[in-house]
Ligand binder design. Sequence first.
Ligand SMILES: Cc1cc2nc3c(=O)[nH]c(=O)nc-3n(C[C@H](O)[C@H](O)[C@H](O)COP(=O)(O)OP(=O)(O)OC[C@H]3O[C@@H](n4cnc5c(N)ncnc54)[C@H](O)[C@@H]3O)c2cc1C
Length: 255
Amino acid sequence: MARAAPGLKTVEDATAMRSRILTAFESAERETDPAQSASWLTFVIVGAGPTGVELAGALAEVAMKTLRDGFRRIQPSSAKILLIDAVEHALPGYPLSLSQKAEAALRRLGVILRPQCRVTDVHPDFVVIGEGDKAESIPTHTVLWTSGVRASPLGEALSKAVGAAIDKDHRVLVEPDLCIPGHPELFVIGDLASVKAEGDQVVPGVAPAAMQEGNMSQRSSRAGLRGNSSRPSDTGTAEAWRRSAATPPWLNSAG
Ligand SMILES: Cc1cc2nc3c(=O)[nH]c(=O)nc-3n(C[C@H](O)[C@H](O)[C@H](O)COP(=O)(O)OP(=O)(O)OC[C@H]3O[C@@H](n4cnc5c(N)ncnc54)[C@H](O)[C@@H]3O)c2cc1C
């Protein structure tokens, strides 16, 4: 499925995705069969995490504003943008109120949300989605994959080298002080780290969290070098986030 549906992690991915999107509008313009034209104007985004939500919103704005007057035959604003995810709400892992705000904003932009659906097959001309025990085939030539991005292979290497546990996305499970359990000399931070902030909530892979973890691990390793065996627990990532639980800093500044 990966070849038929490009992901979005690198600049090359982004360039390929932009090219696919523009080609879809141009193909719709050239198509004389209305059904075929409609299928070129149907975009399926898989994964309603931060990247999928941002992509769906940006694509809706491109269709409604940027390309509005760029074609003779088609109306780019008639593009159908479907955002599909197996979970119940967009932005899983974020507080429900933020998920609902994001969903309302997407609906205002005309994005069609399809929660609790799984993409089961991707073909050049259609995609198959399953909802419960029902399967639906959606004619489209453009499927954009934003879910299930794996962490760096370094996680797996650490797992083999020191027995670190990794989660399904290959992130390394670390203690609240960002160390691998049993290895106070090994810190893992940023997108490669899986650390719990509030209850079972895992800190999301966003830049503010990565930067805070960088600062914290630096302070902890300095304390270790000075021979202070007790880590500065009051500055510990999870502890600090727990204290500001109502508004975790990485939720305020994630954009
Ligand atoms: C499309 C997209 C949009 C995003 N938008 C936002 C946003 O709007 N706001 C936000 O807060 N966050 C956003 N993020 C997430 C944000 O980019 C990451 O959370 C953040 O960059 C994590 O920082 P990091 O240092 O852990 O990882 P990275 O920024 O990925 O840096 C890791 C670096 O390590 C290098 N590396 C990997 N393995 C090795 C190795 N074995 N040896 C040497 N080097 C290695 C990589 O090449 C890379 O340069 C977005 C991410 C994506 C993909």
